[in-house]
Design a protein around this ligand. Structure first.
Ligand SMILES: Cc1ncc(COP(=O)(O)OP(=O)(O)O)c(N)n1
Ligand code: 3NM
Ligand code: MG
Length: 220
């Protein structure tokens, strides 16, 4: 996931950006370009809830070039087969998003991320089947989605001490609350609202998240 970028000021922790659940494609394309030009983003996940496969296809065709031109990996939510068919860099699957082992085989060397909620067991399973990252959450209350699980920093600490597979922290993360997650060893911070709902615009959201990650990575 855009591993060539210099992360020396951020402990290696990087921003993982997720789209809002609903977008107006033409306007969002420009907003996305501005946001990605504002600072380091490792990957972009297209997460359009309630969209048809045809609407997702049109969104991928419009948005994937914007991400890839900036060396940002383009991940499709929920559907590994569609991610393959559309040439995405990978897919993110939840616990009810189909057969994870089948998805691993289908995606070959493309990225597979798996939601593990707050479960060590699910994370070990995901790691064993070859996931490229495991996602833990929700760390904080979020208005973006109804969440049933609450994760704590102990999980990130345990995972980063035990495992090589990168971890993604998600759920209500903002520039103001992210420091403990960075210090606990999260490899990526996944956000929707912190960027797209930032009062000064999405570019300011990306800048604020990167500044907070860098500050939390300072020794001491
Ligand atoms: C990086 C990342 N982590 C977790 C999720 C949540 O996936 P899932 O549980 O399948 O829920 P939906 O996003 O599909 O509503 C995610 N999308 N990305
Ligand atoms: C998509 C998603 N998954 C979650 C989980 O806990 O698995 S929380 C979440 C919403 C993330 O949006 P925001 O950054 O606005 O809170
Ligand atoms: Mg899902």
């Amino acid at each position: 996931m855009n591993a060539a970028r210099d992360t020396s000021s951020s402990n290696g922790c990087r921003l993982y950006l997720i789209t809002p659940p609903r977008i107006e494609l033409a306007a969002f394309r420009d907003q996305l370009a501005t946001a990605l030009d504002a600072g380091d983003v490792a990957c972009l996940q297209l997460r359009l809830k309630d969209a048809s496969p045809d609407e997702i296809k049109r969104a991928v065709e419009a948005l994937m070039p914007v991400a890839q031109a900036r060396d940002v990996a383009f991940i499709l939510n929920d559907d590994a087969a569609l991610a393959m068919a559309l040439g995405c860099d990978g897919a993110h699957l939840g616990q009810t998003d189909g057969d994870h082992e089948g998805a691993r085989k289908l995606l070959k060397d493309r990225i597979l991320g798996i939601t593990c909620h707050a479960s060590r067991h699910l994370a070990m399973e995901a790691g064993e089947l070859g996931a490229d990252y495991v996602a833990f959450g929700a760390f904080f209350p979020t208005g973006t989605k109804e969440t049933l699980h609450t994760a704590g920093t102990d999980l990130l600490e345990w995972w980063s001490e035990m495992m090589e597979v990168p971890s993604v922290a998600i759920g209500g993360i903002t520039a103001e609350n992210c420091a403990p997650l960075v210090r606990a060893g999260a490899d990526f911070l996944a956000v929707v609202g912190a960027v797209w709902n930032h009062p000064d615009g999405a570019a300011a959201g990306v800048r604020a998240m990167n500044a907070a990650i860098a500050a939390a990575s300072l020794p001491g």
